[in-house]
Design a protein around this ligand. Structure first.
Ligand code: ZN
Ligand code: ZN
Ligand code: FE
Length: 766
């Protein structure tokens, strides 16, 4: 038989360390009667196997199929090797200098095996809230440096007991080299306090927490990536108090339920949603509400959806098993500040919000919010990409230089690139205050360290006042590339879809600084990674009061009305003129006409705002995009009828909003239902932009269309444009891996900067 013995050298990279990969290979090799060894290296894992050709082929085929749950294989390469006549199969210990450029696993949900243990009274981890193994538990948020070893994690201060150590050392144990391994004897513990930091005595703090929640109290609960604020979601008074104390008036609050059955009592379930909810990443998934439902109406007022997740830590499971339909589990921040992580910090910042604190003594090195996903047009779409997904990179289709991209302002993320990986950070938040800016700096430094990336250049937005731009410009020793906002949106979409372009890019959002210093947001860009040409845009209208017009959509309505009507001939029968003080309208009207504090905008988001206000849906908003969201939600069913969207040929093409507004107003006067007006408005955009794409294809021959920008969170727009463009034989690309909103901006900035660096065109470098 020995004559048939052959050997192969196999290299695997991806997320293959700290996820039970070597024990998996060890057991697989045994099952296939192979000899040889497996070891960690700087790039991933290397395997030497000896056996028959058949055995090795089977072994190779099974690796991707049966890989451990947390492993993420990017590349397997197998080459012939010399037979060394190994006597058995071994796991070779890796030197600690290794594993510098291997990928780190995200934090993932507790696995079924561990879950069974915590509910088994005979198990030594019965009701232990920090149970984990190589297949589950915290990773990204507890790592302080690389290589990923216990001393470099938040677990360093806990000395494993003999039993835990034995599990950790045994290659055949589920806890072999599970760095966060712990048990009630040696690991972290929970403790309950009141808001004045007095400890609450309890044999079972989690059960006491459940009792407090049922009485309507607000609990701050330390979790995986930070603190949550929790209340029983079926108690309206408790939800109202939470909203008042948190100063978060209208944004929907996330829910956590013990299982799918409980979710089905208040939300509509689909197979695709179920798969997302139960996946190891455990994101918040947007689901349609059921009516009636047992959830307090204040959880998601004026919203068609609930944001729902399943438990993802042992602590969550223990808590939710105490008989809840759902808990509100919202990031424990004051509005717009990053999620709190440190116990001391939590008491200081949340003392006025929470009645009690359930904390533990395992540190969180890097906060990470819950991810949010909506199933849309046949695929999951990120609204926020964070816990469970970060730091798995976006795999680019070519090698790029090392770049740090700082993102934009709202919903910010940063991005670091290396090789063909683009590491987009967890959600950082709205860069509107120092706390969030500090968190951005912390994230940049942390990621540079654990990913071992020293950037060669830095990319940012062109807006001089964004804190992210200021940060970039402060760094004197690196070249800075400032990138136009909507170009970055389109490049992000191209990068994750691995296409080179040029594309016809539809960049639709609320706000982004244009190269002409006006505010863009309804843009058609012929774009590649190098540059873009503005092919078409919505006609400019003034934004009376600047940023104030975002908070008060009726101002945009006045401005858009004045693009068609005389100030003296405004259609004063509209509901808006009864709701808003005549004097105020007069003032805004003057500001608009005289262009006093009224920058010009081509924003599609602002056009949505204007139409929502004209219909009377909303005159003021609590957060950006709220009016547009409501306009989308009023659409019941479309019969395909549409307003005409007209445009003037030119360079760039001017897409005229005035005739559109006129048609909307005429329908309002005829008492047409808001749902129909909204539907015709959406359809006008779908038809009109398809026409423009056809026109541009005729001129340029480009068939690829990329859709990006926050407005594509709108389901009708995304679905409608994708379908219509495909019907017209375009290749359509949208986002699946990063959000279409400004959370995806850093990826686009990074790939543009990388392209310009590697092409040596440094025209924009300062
Ligand atoms: Zn586990
Ligand atoms: Zn132990
Ligand atoms: Fe944007």
């Amino acid at each position: 038989m020995n004559t048939n013995r052959v050997a192969q050298h196999i290299e695997i990279n991806g997320v293959v360390q700290g996820v039970g990969f070597r024990p998996f290979i060890f057991q697989l090799a045994h099952r296939h009667n192979l000899r040889g060894n497996v070891a960690n290296t700087a790039e991933g894992v290397v395997i030497h196997v000896e056996g028959s050709h058949r055995q090795i082929t089977d072994f190779l085929e099974e690796i991707p199929r049966s890989r451990p749950p947390l492993a993420h294989i990017v590349h397997i390469e197998s080459t012939g090797a010399e037979v060394r006549n190994c006597s058995d199969f071994r796991i070779i210990k890796s030197s600690s200098a290794d594993s510098k450029s291997t990928l780190i696993s995200p934090d993932v949900s507790i696995c079924e095996d561990c879950k069974e243990e915590i509910f088994d009274p005979r198990n030594r981890r019965f009701r232990y809230p920090f149970t984990n193994c190589t297949n589950c538990g915290p990773r990204y948020t507890i790592i302080n440096d690389i290589p990923y070893d216990r001393p470099k994690t938040a677990m360093a201060i806990f000395r494993m007991c003999d039993k835990c150590q034995a599990e950790y050392d045994d290659p055949l144990n589920r806890r072999f080299h599970a760095q966060p391994n712990a048990c009630p004897d040696c690991g972290p513990r929970v403790q309950l306090f009141d808001a004045q930091k007095n400890p609450i005595q309890s044999n079972d703090p989690i059960q006491t927490t459940a009792e407090l929640l049922k009485k309507g109290h607000i609990l701050a609960i330390k979790g995986l990536g930070g603190f949550h604020l929790a209340v029983d979601a079926t108690l309206p008074d408790a939800v109202i108090r939470l909203r008042q104390r948190k100063q978060r008036e209208e944004k929907p609050l996330a829910l956590m339920s013990p299982d799918i059955e409980q979710i089905e009592t208040y939300a509509r379930m689909t197979d695709s949603a179920k798969a997302l909810l139960t996946g190891i990443q455990r994101p918040i998934v947007l689901l349609d509400k059921k009516d009636p439902n047992p959830i307090a109406p204040q959880v998601a007022p004026e919203n068609r959806h609930f944001g729902v997740m399943l438990p993802y830590t042992p602590l969550h499971y223990l808590l939710l098993s105490q008989g809840f339909t759902a808990l509100v589990m919202t990031s424990a921040n004051l509005s717009e500040e990053p999620i709190a992580i440190d116990n001391q910090e939590a008491f200081e910042r949340l003392g006025r919000i929470a009645d009690y604190f359930l904390v533990h003594d395992r540190d969180i090195y890097l906060r990470s919010d819950d991810s949010i996903i909506r199933w849309l047009n046949g695929a999951p779409r990120f609204i926020r990409r964070s816990r469970g997904y970060v730091p798995i990179p976006i795999f680019l289709h070519r090698q790029v230089p090392k770049i740090l991209a700082c993102g934009g302002e709202l919903k910010n993320t940063i991005c670091l690139t290396k090789g063909n990986n683009a590491f987009v950070s967890q959600h950082i938040g709205d860069l509107e205050n120092l706390a969030t800016e500090d968190f951005m700096r912390l994230t940049i430094n942390h990621l540079k360290r654990i990913l071992d990336i020293t950037p060669e250049a830095i990319a940012c937005d062109q807006h001089p006042d964004y804190l992210s731009t200021r940060y970039a410009l402060e760094i004197k020793e690196l070249p800075v590339v400032q990138i136009q906002h909507h170009h970055a949106h389109i490049a992000a979409c191209m990068a994750e879809n691995r296409i080179d372009g040029p594309v016809i890019g539809l960049a639709f959002d609320g706000t982004g600084l244009g190269s002409d210093h006006h505010i863009w947001g309804g843009e058609v860009l012929i774009s590649d990674y190098e540059d873009f040409q503005r092919a078409a845009h919505l006609t400019y209208v003034p934004m009376p009061g600047g940023a104030k017009a975002i908070k008060e959509p009726w101002r945009m309505a006045v401005s858009h009305l004045l693009s068609h009507y005389d100030a003296t001939g405004l259609p004063s029968d509209l509901p808006m003129f009864k709701a808003i003080d005549a004097q105020k309208i007069e003032t805004i009207s003057t500001m608009t006409q005289k262009r006093i504090n009224a920058p010009l905008t081509s924003s599609l988001g602002r056009l949505f705002d204007a139409v929502a206000a004209l219909i009377g849906l909303r005159y003021e908003v609590a957060f950006e995009g709220q009016a547009a969201m409501q306009l989308e939600m009023t659409v019941k069913k479309s019969d395909g009828s549409a307003y005409d969207l007209t445009w003037r040929n030119g360079s760039p093409i001017q897409i005229e909003t005035a005739p559109l507004i006129k048609q909307v107003v005429e329908d309002i006067m005829k008492n047409t239902a808001p749902g129909i007006i909204s539907s015709k408005f959406h359809q006008a955009l779908i038809d009109g932009f398809t026409q423009i794409c056809r026109h541009l294809r005729h001129q340029t021959g480009i068939k690829q269309v990329a859709l990006s920008g926050g407005a594509f969170q709108n389901a009708i727009l995304l679905r409608g444009l994708s379908q219509k463009l495909r019907l017209n034989e375009f290749e359509v690309y949208a986002h699946r891996q990063v959000p279409c909103n400004d959370g995806g901006l850093s990826l686009g900035q990074a790939v543009i900067a990388a392209h310009r660096m590697s092409c040596g065109k440094r025209g924009d470098l300062t």
